[in-house]
Design a protein around this ligand. Sequence first.
Ligand code: HDE
Length: 695
Amino acid sequence: MTQDTTAIPSAPEAALLTIGNGGEWHQSAAGHPALTTNQGVVIADNQNSLRSHPQGPTLLEDFILREKITHFDHERIPERIVHARGTGAHGFFELTHSLENYTTAKVLTEVGVQTPLFARISTVAGGSGSADTPRDVRGFALKFYTKEGNWDLVGNNIPVFFIQDAIKFPDLIHAVKMEPDRGFPQAASAHDTFWDFISLTPETMHMVMWIMSDRTLPRSLRMIEGFGIHSFRLLNAAGTATFVKFHWRPKLGLQSTLWDEAVKIAGADADFHRRDMFEAISAGDFPEWEFSVQLFTAAQAEAFPFDHLDATKLIPEELVPLQVIGRFVLNRWPDNFFAETEQVAFCPSHVVPGIDFSNDPLLQGRLFSYLDTQLSRLGSANFHQIPINAPQCPFANQQRDGHAQMAQPTGRVSYEPNSLAADSPREQTYKGFRSVAADEAGSKGRIRAESFADHYSQARQFYLSQSAYEQAHLASALVFELSKLDHPHIRSAIVGHLRHINENLAIRVASGLGMEALPNAPVTAMPVQTLAASPALQLIGKMQDTLKGRTVGILLADGSDAAGIKAVKEGVAAAGAKVKIIALTIGAVKLSDGVMLAVDGQLAGTPSVLFDAIAIILSPAHAVRLGKEAAAIDFVRDAFGHLKAIVFDKGGADLLKTAGITADAGVIAIEALALFIAAAKTRQWDREVNVRTLA
Ligand code: HDE
């Protein structure tokens, strides 16, 4: 029997399939639209299949059952070979400074115009169901639906890449993905095949410094930078080309977690980043990035002490400053994850008139790869017709047919030139896409440019630009990763490379790995340079003095001091952060003034890794009670170990004592609440030497 008793859900719960050629909707008595097959036939019973009799077999004739199951069987499409795990959101890009001297692209010349945009942020190595917080690069892909066609800027949160030539990409990815004979590890680089490849590919060394830094452990997707990595070209009306690199920086500043924290978050909330983005956008707290360019001429590039066409190199801001030209905001969560976030297809080859490529051999390979991958992933050359991929400007040509063709062109003409259809699309010589008229000459060959040969100088520059805390984290990350290897010769080879980057780093890692002597460093093609430090490469230096986008967890119980809780809530809210109430059980707690306060999270399921700072407000009796709960002890110990600010009242102090926590500058009595708010805006870096051995 079908049931018709529930109320009609309102959007967004309503799930109407609106494809169809019009006509009258079949309505049920209660006003629901009727459930139909894909052929529009109304279904009378969606609970039972067609059977020959109550104890008999199911009949092959049941076309309703077969259609439903067949469709279900084909619901999954191949996941992306890389960047399978992603979070997407809609928004807009707004230009604040015109680049009309450099480009004809309207998206970069029309100040104040808002261009619709879709962003997808992803991890690289893990499958689509993997956790959000492994140590990994974050992909940061932007699709600008410009008036002149779609422009895809398919970047990462790190400004350099592992390899110099596209031909090495399948090897890199095979090395980092789970090992083929055993099917693990998932979403992790800490295994032999990855480090084996790295040890034999010195061009990866600069990127290795970045991935071992805290950049690969973001606190939130709202707190990461983005980079187009490669040099592109802008082309102006006079035909003059200028090289450009694209950068985008989060308004909330950069922030990362600690490794131990990231590991525990993966267990507490595998969707930590996706949920954070969903909650922020749903609350109208729209993430925003400042959009910048580095512009330089071919003559300037000649003078750089590196080759800008080598994607393992960056152009320090001190050499070519960033010019802020706009901003983008993510302000709308997709209606449907599959239709949008999964089916969105980014291709670096999607550029618009006024933007062109450079000869970076990694970029050149990408220009082929992405279109090719969409054909197997989305199954048809018509993937551009899927709404999330379709340009939001008119598009017309004589391409026809193919799998999943949604368009129904009319008329007898499907070729160009023609004399039969006056209204058919024609090329626009003066308006259309033009390539930079670059002179290309030389000998053909499988060539790695000599100017790509320095693999260590910028790696050294990165390491020396970091604060002491960041250098320690980087060394510890290397120790952790290399400690997971079965093969000692790979460990030795990596430490050998580190000696070219920084001898002290190599010594720290070698001693963390229990090596008795430093291995030899490999021969380098050229002397390693000590370049000037670039503070812009730091992460801690880019944290902002704000609590916006952060969350403070208050651990409390029945009888907790109402005035103290009110003070913390108000102080934290005034600083821009959210508050979550944590107690032993979900429901509500009765505060000291008799008022019931709703609880957001149950202690055992809401560890402190989910917060940026914590408050412990307890009656003395409940401090004793919670002192016997492992989850409460872990709550405060982890917050302390993860260098978070802690504010406490008298009962809170008792719990801290039971947990064995000794006060420091970041453990603050509630009477000094303002100090807590200030401390919560950063991590208590000085505490770290007291809580863990760093390499
Ligand atoms: Fe990708 N990359 N990549 N990549 N990449 C893909 O395309 C590839 C590279 C990046 O959210 C794939 O649609 C090659 C650099 C992002 O949908 C695939 C090479 C950078 C995303 C592919 C690179 C990236 C991808 C898999 C070396 C930073 C996710 C699915 C020549 C600038 C986009 C897909 C999304 C996805 C190939 C190197 C970023 C297989 C061959 C460098 C953000 O086509």
